[in-house]
Write a protein that binds this ligand. Structure first.
Ligand code: T46
Length: 140
């Protein structure tokens, strides 16, 4: 793995290499190669209704990589020290989220399929869904 963005322990946009030829494009994600963790879980968000905002949480442990493999959406990020908005609009554009990134996804295009690779199996207890608790855990 050779991506300085992964070493900072904070959210990072990075590119997935496109392996295209005359038949079309192909992109590969591999644990501990271009994804900086062992992928234990994969899920995807699709068919999101217009105007819907999802997420509204951070995690205790889970790291994630988000890729919009079809269509586009935006992600609002807040790690208590800085806030930013990220546009995911191509299958080769990936967003690494660290556990302390409060995130909200919005402005989904009707064809958006948001692929999420996660470092942990699903555990409801890993979620911080209350913003005040998020500030208590990760602030200062
Ligand atoms: C995240 C963003 C990007 C499960 O049972 N197993 C799972 O692995 C997941 C991801 C969800 N669920 C259940 C829990 C809820 O009853 O599916 C329902 C919807 O999940 P949630 O409301 O958490 O969905 P989002 O879109 O707000 O957040 C999801 C992920 O949960 C979260 O980890 O970071 O996508």
């Amino acid at each position: 793995m050779n991506n300085n963005a992964f070493l900072k322990n904070e959210s990072a946009l990075f590119d997935i290499q496109e392996l295209g030829d005359s038949r079309g494009a192909l992109a590969v994600v591999e644990s501990m190669k271009n994804i900086p963790f062992d992928v234990k879980r994969v899920f995807y968000i699709y068919g999101t209704a217009e105007g819907i905002r999802r997420g509204f949480h951070a995690h205790h442990k889970t790291r994630q990589v988000l890729i919009s493999v079809s269509g586009n959406c935006k992600v609002h990020l807040d790690n208590t020290k800085r806030k930013k908005e990220v546009l995911l609009d191509h299958p080769t554009k990936a967003l690494l989220l660290e556990p302390n990134d409060w995130h909200e996804m919005y402005d989904f295009s009707p064809d958006c399929v948001l692929l999420v690779l996660a470092s942990e199996l699903y555990q409801a207890e890993d979620y911080i869904r209350d913003y005040d608790q998020f500030i208590e855990v990760y602030g200062s």
